[in-house]
Design a protein around this ligand. Sequence first.
Ligand code: SF4
Ligand code: SF4
Length: 395
Amino acid sequence: MVQIGDKFCSNAADPLIVEKGESGGSLTALYKFLLEEGIVDAVLAVKRGADIYDAVPVLIDNPEDVIESAGALHCGTLNMAVIIEKYLRGAFDIKIAVTTKPCDAMAINELIKRGRIVRKNIIMLGINCGGTLPPVPTIKMLKSYGINQDMVLNEEISKGKFIIEIEGNERKEISIDELEEEDKGRRENCRRCEFNIPRTADLAFGNWGVIDSPKNSFIEVLTDTGAEILDKASNKGVLRLKKASADGIMVREKIDKIMVNQAKKWQEKMFSHVEGEFLAVLFKYDADLSRCIKCFACKDSCPICYCSDCSLKSEIPEWVNNAEVPPKPLFHMERLMHMADSCINCGQCEDVCPADIPLSKISHEINSKLREMFDYTPGIDDELPPFSYFLIKRG
Ligand code: SF4
Ligand code: SF4
């Protein structure tokens, strides 16, 4: 009987899924099983679009199509919470299994707390994440190393290296530290991120801690739902489960710890460390914010910003006059006050800002100040009351 806290090494029984899937295809096999058994109506995953730099969200309801989503895409910078809340009506009338990086799982949990997504209709299959890469800068980075982007078959991030498999059995390994010293590697929000294992999902999949065969996944069971579906899939012979070894568990913990320490160093390097109240951070970034053209892309892409009747888009009061560009600082303050307790540093706002304003860094820094004040982590400490908790507590 599978239980919360259990850790396994596993691979798919289906050889095609093992071949196409990442790390033995356990996650792909589980998706196929959930659809075949009618446990979910659809699977929300990501598949390769035009090339490996183009991650496309896909809603799959035919078990035979699940194979399309097999394999990892490190330039996949989407946030699944936005798709569920905005385009799948918060899963109020559909049962979905969804692939979640830690930031997806945290954003989904924030929206569950606000009644925007129905928890009982969501199964979160989490994937460990050491960071994602921005597609266009990554293509430029490949060129700077003399690599033709069209010749790249696959890429992965492992043991501090960005590993590129190139046509003709060639392979190039570049140190992530080396890349990031030149400001080329992972997205900036990912460099600062301390959450590598999606502990708010139902199951966490990855290859950290797999020490016997690369064709295996390491799975951690995080909820009763996760335990139940893993149990069923194993009994049905869809997955081959083996208890994870003590050495494997130790290696996984060690990798996680290294990544957390790296993230803390990046926070130290990137944050402004402004003294005083948490919103004082905003004034430090005044010059950046003055480039704002008020396009609202940051609001529209943010998983936590969901109000359809947004005060920032109204003509009244005067300070949000839509004709005024750049907007007064209160425009940004208003949004940050809404976001402050729940920003999960997903980077979506910064990715889309046409004025290159470091929005995610600003929100992350403010949120970190709040975390210090209240010892709270959005999407993790879910027993706390939701939205406005801090504002209420501050009186
Ligand atoms: Fe993500 Fe930016 Fe919203 Fe924070 S403010 S949750 S980083 S989109
Ligand atoms: Fe301003 Fe950038 Fe947000 Fe557009 S995306 S409203 S330019 S901060």
